[in-house]
Design a protein around this ligand. Structure first.
Ligand SMILES: [Fe+2]
Length: 197
């Protein structure tokens, strides 16, 4: 099976307001490691002994669990990097209309996303849920925790310390403001249109 290839570095990440090029380039390097380890875990799983698989300790279990961590690390970061590089302005479109329906107002949504960003140990996402028919914010404490099925993340806010500690020390609220100032909501609008049925 062909290896998964990392998406190219988004050049706009070199010119963000307040979030440094150094932070983003190092962060992209972490993403590349998720890709490499996804490929390694996939290959290891293919070679692992199915007969010895067990829930306590086995090659199958190790590769299968770490595969989910790598998959999360790839998908979460691809969303994160792709929607940075804008001017933070809300875009009049289907996403904003749905936000106003599900959160009451754009400002309520942003306040909720920031609260999720403070509450999470890893990620805060905004996802369109096919079953509930609404947008909702969700947290994940690691790359592979709290999966929800039939739900499509369109915003991924990385709150692991590697995303901000070099620029903001422990001041996560300042990072959340900077993240929002650099958001390209046009990207979110396009992602939402692709999944909203
Ligand atoms: Fe990250």
């Amino acid at each position: 099976m062909a290896d998964y290839k990392a998406k190219p570095y988004n050049k706009k990440l070199d010119d963000l307001k307040s979030i440094s090029k150094e932070t983003n380039q190092a962060h992209y390097g972490l993403y590349e490691k998720y890709v490499a380890n996804y490929n390694k875990a996939t290959a290891d799983l293919a070679k692992a002994d199915k007969a010895s698989a067990n829930q306590i300790y086995s090659d199958y279990r190790s590769a299968a669990v770490d595969l989910t961590f790598a998959i999360g690390g790839i998908k979460n970061h691809e969303i994160y990097f792709a929607h940075l590089g804008g001017d933070g302005s809300a875009v009049d479109g289907e996403f904003k209309q749905q936000v106003e329906k599900d959160f009451g107002s754009w400002d309520n949504y942003i306040a909720d996303l920031k609260a999720f960003g403070m509450a999470a140990r890893g990620w805060a996402w905004t996802a369109w849920d096919d079953d509930f028919g609404k947008l909702m914010n969700v947290i994940g404490d690691a790359q592979n925790t709290f999966p929800i099925w039939n739900s499509h993340p369109v915003v991924a806010l990385d709150v692991y310390e590697h995303a901000y500690v070099a620029d903001f020390s422990t001041a996560r609220p300042k990072y959340l403001e900077a993240f929002l100032e650099n958001m390209d909501w046009n990207v979110v609008e396009a992602s939402f249109k692709a999944v909203h049925k």
